[in-house]
Design a protein. Structure first.
Length: 265
């Protein structure tokens, strides 16, 4: 007979039971007052064995931190434990204010999944989380073609995320180019841009094209008397680590000298 102390707030899932059921003489019996589950074993071989029991909590306060008691075997040798916690994709773990790292070591640490190895069996675990903010990386190439007093730009963006494929990006548009902006491939405007708008929210396609997840065309004007080293802005995505480069095709530039430096890298 194996006795397991069930914590407060924990409900044993009788529909699943204790597995493997072939190792049991019958279903567990839970004493309502002591909350001890008695599990009749039909197993006499020497050496370690494994049982799985499932349950659920219905905590009143679901905000972080969440403190959960753990079922604990009674009358057994304490050789530690491994605890794994899985969060939904819209949440990520954060470090607790109090650190009990002396009693545990991290085995796996991911934004949504965390595993600890405990030296002694823990009576409870404390979980802290926050809304998940995936780290967004982008590589962009801007092709610029000078024609008269205008520069036509085709800019490509390749997005990568530490989480799932990004569904949305916000581009910062040069004010002088906002009215000429055209999305050619890889996404659609979340809503129509107002005249002179500088922020462009884009819904990205789930299956990126060959040229890049996002291809954008726009135009800006060359000043009549440009100064040496004058800066011209290109589009940049907000809240992303950027790696940008430009390619310039301009007969005017070769004959009169390179006068501008791209901004927004």
């Amino acid at each position: 007979m194996l006795a397991i102390q069930l914590p407060a707030g924990y409900t044993f899932d009788e529909s699943v039971g204790v597995q493997p059921s072939a190792m049991l003489q019958g279903p567990p019996v839970i004493e309502p007052l002591t909350r001890i589950a008695h599990i009749p074993l039909d197993y006499s071989k020497p050496g370690p064995f494994k049982l799985t029991m499932e349950g659920y909590y219905a905590p009143v306060d679901v905000g972080p931190p969440l403190i959960l008691g753990l079922p604990k075997p009674q009358g057994t040798l304490d050789r530690g434990a491994t605890v794994t916690i899985q969060l939904p994709e819209n949440l990520e773990f954060v470090a607790p204010k109090s650190d009990d790292s002396v009693e545990r070591e991290i085995i796996t640490q991911e934004p949504h999944r965390l595993s600890w190895s405990y030296r002694r069996y823990p009576s409870k675990v404390e979980v802290h989380w926050q809304p998940f903010r995936s780290e967004l990386f982008v590589r962009t190439v801007a092709d610029l073609a000078v024609a008269g007093h205008q520069v036509r730009v085709r800019q490509r963006f390749w997005f990568e995320s530490s989480g799932s494929h990004p569904r949305k990006a916000v581009l910062q548009v040069p004010r002088s180019s906002a009215d000429s902006l055209q999305l050619k491939e890889g996404g659609a405007l979340e809503w129509p841009l107002s005249r002179g708008a500088t922020l462009c929210p884009v819904i990205l396609e789930p299956n990126p094209g060959k040229e890049g997840p996002l291809v954008v065309d726009y135009v800006f004007a060359i000043p009549e008397n440009p100064a040496i080293g004058q800066t011209s802005q290109v589009m940049v995505p907000l809240d992303a680590r950027r790696n940008a480069r430009s390619r310039l095709d301009s007969p005017w530039d070769r004959s009169h000298g390179n006068w501008w430096v791209l901004g927004g890298t």
